[in-house]
Design a protein around this ligand. Sequence first.
Ligand SMILES: *Cc1c(COP(=O)(O)O)cnc(C)c1O
Length: 372
Amino acid sequence: MADSSQITVTSPLLPPLEEFIPYLKDIWDRKWITNNGHYHQLLEKELCKYLGVEYLSVFTNGTLPLITALQALRITGEVITTPYSFVATTHALWWNGIKPVFVDVDPSTGNLDPGKIEAAITPKTTAIMPVHVYGNPCDVDAIQAIADKYGLKVIYDAAHAFGVRVNGKSILEAGDISTLSFHATKTYNTVEGGALICHDAKTKQRIDYLKNFGFAGETEVVAPGINSKMDEVRAAYGLLSLQYVDAAIAARHRVADRYREALAGVEGLSMFGERADVTYNYSYFPIFIDAEKYGMTRDELYFRMREHGVLGRRYFYPLISDFTTYRGLPSAAPSNLPVATRMANEVICLPMHHDLSEEDVERVIKEIKIHG
Ligand SMILES: *Cc1c(COP(=O)(O)O)cnc(C)c1O
């Protein structure tokens, strides 16, 4: 149980319970609780509208759309990806028997550095799998240019990028496929859930077969599919929650502005810049601690904050490439990933959610400024 004096890194966006009850009553009346039901269809339609995309398929979590995307595009061999992410990104490759090839990240965004991708391409490379980490948009034009030059597919793990736009256009339109996570900890949740965004009706049809065992009709199975469908209860929850997500993002925006203002100029502390052409979702607020200049290591600060009830998280430490499954790969060597290694050693994600009070935010700031 969370101690009430503790400030947690995240808190789930829960729609009002009394507003959810009528949805449940309706599901009970319909007696249709999963398999492309009423709310499943409605949620897909409403998410398309909200996100500004045309073809979207909802899933039971955010990992299965990644695994399914790789199946749908028949990706094999080697895939270039980032070590600076949540471990599910690389696990999705491993579950498909694909060898991950780690490439270093750009220090100004934390995203895959396009300038380092070409050197990692081999005859076995079939795709690039970048992540819009913290909701920072990747350099999608540079990545697409490389993909086009070498005939590679691009699958974005957009788990952090719900609602993010560049020049008013959804970042989810980039690449061949993008995936979202609607896990409880994310900006928008369906308890557990996720989605896959593609760009044509034929691919969406294939994805919809794949998420339901490959069934194309009562007796016809067209592919070795899996079961990753979203049920009606969570689809209805998601539909209701969607009405509250703009207010939640606005609340996060206020927290981010206050952090940014209060922490600017703290010696040894850096933050990402914000681009004027990007609509952010404020999903995370990472700070980076240069131990020498700050006068304390990241871990010293992290554990002191914890002692005082301010629970940040070290996203993303350790790097994916440092976990036992992957550390033996040649591309996992820290010498190949100097920027990601430094970021993983310096990062703390500050508490960031819709429910932080002004006092909470000031308490977090004070914790960090004791030293600054
Ligand atoms: C949360 C997350 C996932 C996994 O999503 P789940 O819904 O938890 O399965 C994948 N990639 C990234 C980058 C994430 O943050």
